[in-house]
Ligand binder design. Structure first.
Ligand code: SF4
Length: 126
């Protein structure tokens, strides 16, 4: 059996990153769910995320699952919703741009001959 590593994603445990989470440390476990009106608590949680080595997979997971509570990947629930809306709008814009692109008309001079002819002077004609 292949050892699970980040490079071998087929067998890599999708939640292995949790073991390296800063908020998994004993003193940090409860700080990631501050009251939404507690701006100091929110900033303390975000500060923990800024020094966390697994901020990217954490944010990816929160976005994928629609996590609606707590600080994940350094963002509040509202910031995650805004990020998702921006990403959704960007995808829609890209799709609209690619579908509205006019097809390029093919011109006769774009067609290359299937065979090449070479003109070789014949000595018997001369
Ligand atoms: S990014 Fe923040 S919420 Fe996510 S694992 Fe790290 S410390 Fe915890």
């Amino acid at each position: 059996m292949t050892d699970p590593t980040p490079e071998n994603t087929s067998t890599f445990d999708a939640f292995a990153w949790v073991d390296r989470a800063v908020c998994g440390e004993p003193d940090s476990q409860h700080m990631m769910f501050p009251d939404p009106t507690n701006t100091v608590g929110i900033e303390l949680a975000k500060a923990a995320c800024r020094r966390c080595p697994v901020v990217d997979p954490c944010l990816d997971r929160a976005l994928a699952t629609g996590e609606s509570h707590g600080i994940w990947g350094g963002l509040t629930p509202e910031e995650r919703r805004q990020l998702k809306r921006r990403e959704s709008r960007a995808r829609s814009r890209e799709a609209a741009e690619s579908s509205s692109a006019a097809p390029v008309a093919r011109q006769p001079w774009d067609v290359k001959p299937k065979t090449t002819m070479s003109i070789v002077p014949r000595s018997d004609v001369l």
